[in-house]
Design a protein around this ligand. Structure first.
Ligand SMILES: *Cc1c(COP(=O)(O)O)cnc(C)c1O
Length: 400
């Protein structure tokens, strides 16, 4: 194929011919990214407030991450976990030193991190909690697409056609401590929660909710697992969202922004729980691969050293203020909520047409749970970028 001669429409045709239709894609072919901008095959530029869905925290092609990947790929691309490698050790140490947890296991995605958390919680419980195995998760949650994590996900529509599903999962409403308390049985070993629900539409729980879960888990002797896959890595104005309430979970999962776009996930756990994984109990061929860890190390160092978390908080607050202004002008906006640069705007109707209109005007935004605009942009976003986004949203809202 002489790729230079292929037009956008042909790319889309070929795509539809060969790729499974697991995604409803926009009719564009994206070619290049830099910072908070993307360019398509027609040379059109976009301000990207999707960021690969909370992945590209440092924007596209961040120089420190690019340099780290280039250096590593020439040195050592992959090696089995039978051997020690510096990038994995360095990333593991930096992650652990910046969380209240003690040990880390590396994998390749969010779903795999939650899968590992479910396995570790059950394995620990099998040895230390009389074999309890029940896991309580929240309705409207999202934890991944593997059989176990889609079962943990509290959305029945995502489970259709996949029976038999793994057993041992039960669901309670998010932000409802009495319901959680009531759902704990003799069989329960853990509760799994997103500190802020992402896919559900950036649902921020009441203050004290995470502390409440921590207290209930302690009182009832079950493990607290925090899914920080979307909310972590500085997204909410803290490195991890649990820090807003000074809550230390027993297990915590990270992925999305960890490699700034290079696939990597991680499970962190307290020492005595991590001890239930011994050689052979769990593993991954690619997990913690040199390239992924070099990317992750550069990304985490940059987030910690270059004021990225403060920027997320400051620009996030500014964005929320400007969205509140927009709400006064456009009755189609029902509520505005979020923390840092994890922001949701509830609309009075499905937001797909608005997303398309914004795209035509050079702004990429995401719609989740049908009527919620979700903003999870690069954390290097500036107030000027926010002003530009607000201006386009304002125009687009006026036209729909
Ligand atoms: C995206 C996401 C996942 C799944 O991550 P994948 O890398 O797509 O497997 C799990 N939990 C949360 C909260 C997420 O946002």
């Amino acid at each position: 194929m002489k790729q230079m001669d292929i037009k956008k429409e042909e790319w889309i045709e070929i795509s539809e011919k060969y790729l499974m239709t697991t995604y409803k894609r926009f009719p564009v072919v994206m070619e290049r990214g830099l910072g908070v901008h993307l360019w398509d095959s027609d040379g059109r530029s976009y301000l990207d407030l999707v960021g690969g869905i909370a992945v590209c925290a440092l924007g596209h092609s961040h120089p420190r991450v690019v340099a780290a990947i280039k250096e590593q790929v020439e040195n050592l691309t992959h090696i089995s976990n039978y051997y020690h490698i510096e990038p994995q050790i360095l990333l593991g140490a930096l992650l652990v030193e910046n969380t209240p947890l003690d040990k880390v296991f590396f994998c390749n995605s969010g779903a795999e991190a939650n899968e590992a958390a479910i396995k570790l919680a059950r394995r620990y419980a099998s040895e230390n909690m009389q074999g309890k195995n029940g896991i309580i998760t929240m309705r409207n949650s999202f934890h991944g697409r593997t059989l176990a994590t889609v079962t943990a996900t509290g959305q029945e529509n995502l489970q259709v056609g996949y029976a038999p599903l793994p057993t041992g999962f039960s669901y309670v409403p998010f932000n409802d401590l009495p319901a959680l308390e009531a759902a704990i049985t003799e069989e329960t070993c853990a509760a799994l929660v997103e500190p802020i629900q992402g896919e559900a539409g950036i649902v921020v729980p009441d203050p004290g909710y995470l502390q409440g879960i921590r207290r209930i888990c302690d009182e009832r002797g079950i493990l607290m697992i925090a899914d920080e896959i979307q909310s972590g890595m500085g997204r909410t104005g803290m490195l991890f969202a649990c820090e807003h309430e000074d809550v230390v979970p027993d297990l915590m999962t990270v992925a999305k922004a960890l490699g700034n776009g290079f696939p990597i996930g991680a499970l962190l756990a307290k020492e005595h729980i991590a001890a239930s994984f011994v050689p052979g109990s769990h593993g991954s061929t690619f997990g913690g691969n040199p390239l992924a860890c070099a990317a992750g190390l550069a990304a985490l160092q940059t987030i910690l050293e270059e004021g990225v978390i403060d920027n997320s908080r400051e620009v996030g607050d500014y964005f929320l203020t400007r969205l509140e202004e927009l709400k006064k002008k456009h009755p189609a906006i029902l509520t505005v909520r979020g923390k840092g640069l994890m922001i949701g705007v509830a609309m009075d109707a499905p937001c797909a047409p608005l997303v398309l209109k914004c795209m035509e005007k050079g702004l990429l935004i995401n719609c989740t749970n049908t009527t919620i605009l979700r903003f999870v942009p690069p954390l290097i976003l500036t107030k000027i970028d926010v002003d530009k986004a607000i201006q386009i949203l304002d125009e687009a809202l006026g036209e729909t």
